[in-house]
Design a protein around this ligand. Structure first.
Ligand code: BGC
Length: 501
């Protein structure tokens, strides 16, 4: 008996030594290569305006589509909370700054509320108090050695812009580019990294395809694709405006945030993996980074085939003409990647229950997850760090090793402060990035989502992603570091992943 015990202990020791034991834990990853992040690698945290600011109608701010949505449909938010006060960052940036300083982050990614500085969305409707607020944030960050990284659009479209159709009206292209131009003029002397749009495929599908997000349109497979067309064009014009009119003086870089999973197949269906990747990553990244530009071929051909079958007289996917294909191609200095989770994928078996037309039906695949993957408070979020490593290598090979900045990666739980689950998540995903870098991937930054607990869209405050918890019932919306905050700070200080947590 004792002999068996010794053998088991020995075998376990061997597995730990060789890294295999880590692989058995579904939220960890074995190290491959150097344990050090490169000297120029930077670490940050992210938030978005509507999710934290509050002050929804203060000092001249105009309403956004999300203000209208939460007011008109409080029952659609899990806990009936809203963005009126949120975590009150409009009045409490100093508390956020204290948290950022405690973490010792190199940069802070936050978004600008378009309607706070241009209440109608039109640049003629300037609101100086809103501008002052962002100037203060930027100046205080820089004074504390933290680089500002600014997202121009994170879902909170000015309500007036939506009245004209929002992303379904091609007017948005120039409207967004004019807004971007004003941002360069106002803040570009100090902001050197810009993110135009946050996850266009997600907001296009949620807002115009499936009605989960405002303006709650239900026209899947049609309006979500029109939204994609206008979003990519708006991004490209904003990019070229910067390059031709501001870059020489301001010398910053511009990207777009792209959300994607990685995909695996238990039955080695390479075509399903490819469809999964092209209909997510490729839909957004191929037009910007692939040699040929435009949408991926499988995306274009699946949609065209289905459209004809469904009785449309042409494809539902608006195709870029030569001028636009060229303008969009190359219109980013880095690929901004939002990575949360991955899935198994197969070619679709039973299509009877799938909405037609729709992105799902066009993709023609079914997703599933491994029951062993560790699950967060958010049911869609499973810890799959190897998926991030896989995705980074895919990007390296598919898009000529373009520079990648991870713009979001995060784990949700409840209000607890002992957040060991979040620490395993961050640790294993940092390991995935390090493994990818050691394998030649050009990844230069990591952003944890999020700095503080935030209004999680239709989930309200039922799921928490913050390194700092926020006590919503306290008068000053007290921010307190979770255990993960100390862990992350240690990573940032040492540029290494600590062995022990
Ligand atoms: C969004 C965030 C959101 C996070 C977690 C991301 O895709 O950009 O706004 O809070 O997911 O749900």
């Amino acid at each position: 008996m004792r002999m068996w015990f010794k053998i088991i202990i020995f075998a376990y020791g061997f597995l730990v030594e060789s890294g295999y034991a880590d692989e058995l834990d579904t939220c960890s990853l074995a190290a491959k290569g150097s344990p050090h992040f490169p000297a120029n690698f930077s670490f940050g945290v992210a938030t978005a305006a509507f999710q934290i600011e509050g002050g929804w109608n203060e000092d001249g701010k105009g309403p956004s589509v999300w203000d209208d949505f939460v007011h008109d449909h409080p029952q659609l938010i899990d806990d009936r909370t809203n963005g009126d006060v949120a975590v009150d960052s409009y009045h409490r940036f100093d508390q956020d700054l204290a948290a950022l300083k405690e973490l010792k982050v190199n940069f802070y990614r936050f978004s600008i509320s378009w309607a706070r500085i241009f209440p109608t969305g039109d640049v003629s409707s300037k609101n100086q108090k809103g501008i002052d607020y962002y100037n203060e944030i930027i100046d205080k960050l820089i004074a504390n050695g933290i680089q500002p990284m600014v997202t121009m659009f994170h879902y909170d479209l000015p309500a007036e812009v939506q009245k004209n159709g929002g992303f379904l009206n091609s007017k948005i292209i120039n409207q967004f580019a004019s807004y971007a131009k004003e941002l360069y003029k106002l803040f570009g002397d100090r902001v050197k990294t810009w993110v135009t749009l946050n996850q266009p495929l997600l907001y296009c599908r949620s807002s115009y395809g499936y009605g989960f997000y405002p303006p709650q349109y239900l026209n899947a497979g049609v309006d979500d694709y029109i939204c994609m067309e206008n979003s990519l064009k708006a991004h490209a014009v904003a990019y070229h405006t910067y390059r031709t009119q501001f870059y020489k003086k301001q010398r910053g870089k511009i990207g777009m945030a792209i959300l994607s999973k990685f995909f695996y197949s238990k039955t080695n269906e390479q075509d399903a993996i490819e469809l999964g990747l092209q209909f997510a990553l490729g839909f957004q990244a191929h037009p910007l980074f692939a040699k040929s530009g435009g949408y991926p071929e499988v995306v274009a051909s699946n949609i065209a085939k289905n459209s004809l079958k469904e009785g449309f007289n042409k494809t539902r996917l608006p195709m870029f003409d030569e001028k636009w294909r060229k303008l969009i191609k190359g219109s980013a200095d880095f690929l901004g990647l939002n990575y949360y989770t991955s899935a198994f994928i197969t070619r679709a078996k039973d299509k009877s229950k799938v909405l037609k037309p729709s992105w799902e039906n066009d993709r023609d695949c079914d997703e599933s997850v491994d029951p062993n993957w560790k699950i967060a408070k958010s049911p869609w979020l499973l810890c799959v760090p190897q998926g991030l490593e896989g995705l980074l290598k895919y990007i390296r090979d598919e898009y000529n090793n373009v520079e990648v900045i991870i713009l979001e990666n995060g784990w949700s739980d409840e209000e607890n402060v002992e957040d060991n689950g979040r620490i395993s998540f961050i640790k294993s995903h940092l390991q995935a990035i390090l493994n990818a870098i050691n394998d030649g991937c050009n990844v230069t930054g990591y952003t944890y989502w999020s700095l503080i607990d935030a209004f999680e869209w239709v989930r309200g405050f039922t799921t928490r992603f913050g390194l700092f918890s926020v006590d919503l019932s306290s008068e000053n919306k007290k921010r307190s570091p979770r255990k993960s905050a100390g862990f992350y700070r240690n990573v940032i200080e040492t540029k290494m992943i600590p062995d022990k947590i």
